[in-house]
Write a protein that binds this ligand. Structure first.
Ligand code: NCD
Ligand code: ZN
Length: 350
């Protein structure tokens, strides 16, 4: 198979940031994806429907002229999020989900949740109103090995919360471990999982062996080869509750190439090509359409896109960086696979 035409895909986990960075990156997602779930981890975080409405307007204003890209907004869950805010969110028509960041687990998660049980009333309202909980699944404690935080989160926090709220729809985002892959491809009808290109294509050696590669540093961190293989098997399985979520998370170059570099990989311009490469590597392009275009809308109760997008087996070069000619300034962003090649490219969209 050298060409693949699918309904226009959506990105179910995307960081667009704000201000000049938003302006610099939003066009790359909008060029390929019809909709995206927009992460609320701004500073300060997007915790209210009012803030989500204002952020949505800023995103729409930053889109290239004529773009029909639809941002699907989320609220950042805190111990103070009330059931009333959830009711407003469900009634808003533009807030699609609520995001759980365990406090301290990742970039801009300081305002997140310390103990999810403190949010039980709010979670009950979400279950009642059908508003999904999007989960950054990492238990964050100093004594927990960073490579085991997802598994521990599943046992200590996720499964108990799902047992307390049987009807709550949950997305375990950016699944990174074999345990997570097994869980989301099981029989839990209200649980789905998203997968990033970097976790399907790289293991922790790529990050840490033969030199430290800050542009492969993201949360949850890249794991063992056995985990990557399990993730690839899950993502390409055709299971109805696995779908695409890039976690494209741009940071200025200087903030990543630093003594304390921040977490996040910018993949938006090349994400579809990288996913196609991953699916192709295991002969699973037949399941690409379900993963990229159908399973996500089905889980969220939204229509599959009526537009199409075509990918072709055609080698392309990934730029060393994006940004307005300024290799070290705030607008310079180094993408995933910078300076390398991808084996697929997006050719048309109708
Ligand atoms: C994300 C970011 O930069 O906002 N970083 C990351 O490593 N994935 C936050 C997140 O999704 O964890
Ligand atoms: Zn993210």
């Amino acid at each position: 198979m050298d060409e693949l035409t699918i309904p226009r895909p959506d990105d179910w986990h995307l960081h667009l940031r704000d201000g000049p960075l938003l302006q610099a990156v939003v066009g790359y997602s909008a060029a390929h994806f019809g909709r995206a779930i927009i992460m609320p981890n701004l500073r300060p975080p997007v915790t209210t429907v009012e803030q989500a409405a204002a952020y949505r307007e800023r995103i729409l204003a930053a889109l290239p002229p004529g773009s029909d890209f639809t941002p699907l907004m989320t609220l950042y869950l805190t111990a103070q999020t009330t059931p009333q805010e959830i009711e407003q969110a469900a009634a808003s028509g533009f807030v699609q989900a609520v995001k759980l960041y365990p406090a301290g687990a990742t970039t801009h998660s300081e305002a997140g949740v310390h103990d999810l049980r403190a949010c039980d009333e709010t979670l009950a309202a979400m279950a009642e109103l059908g508003l999904p909980l999007l989960v950054h699944g990492e238990e964050n404690a100093a004594e927990l090995d960073i490579f085991e935080r997802e598994q521990v989160f599943i046992e200590r926090t996720l499964l108990p919360a799902m047992a307390r709220h049987r009807r709550l729809k949950v997305v375990l985002e950016h699944v990174t471990s074999a345990e997570g892959a097994r869980l989301v491809t099981g029989n839990e009808a209200n649980l789905a999982g998203t997968f990033t290109p970097q976790h399907l294509l790289y293991n922790r050696n790529a990050l840490l062996s033969g030199g430290l590669r800050p542009h492969l540093y993201c949360m949850p961190i890249l794991k063992r080869e056995a985990d990557r293989v399990a993730l690839l098997e899950a993502a390409t399985s055709g299971h109805p509750r696995v779908f695409l979520g890039t976690d494209s998370a741009p940071h200025p170059r200087g903030a990543k190439e630093s003594a304390c570099g921040c977490a996040g990989c910018f993949s938006a311009p090349w994400a579809l090509a990288l996913y196609a490469e991953a699916f192709d590597s295991v002969g699973a392009l037949g399941h690409f359409e379900a993963f990229a275009s159908r399973n996500g809308p089905e889980f969220y109760g939204l229509p599959v896109s009526g537009q199409t997008l075509t990918l072709r087996r055609q080698v392309e070069s990934v730029p060393e960086f994006y940004g307005a000619g300024d290799e070290s300034g705030d607008a310079c962003i180094v993408p995933l696979r910078a300076g390398g090649e991808v084996a697929w490219s997006v050719v048309t969209r109708q």
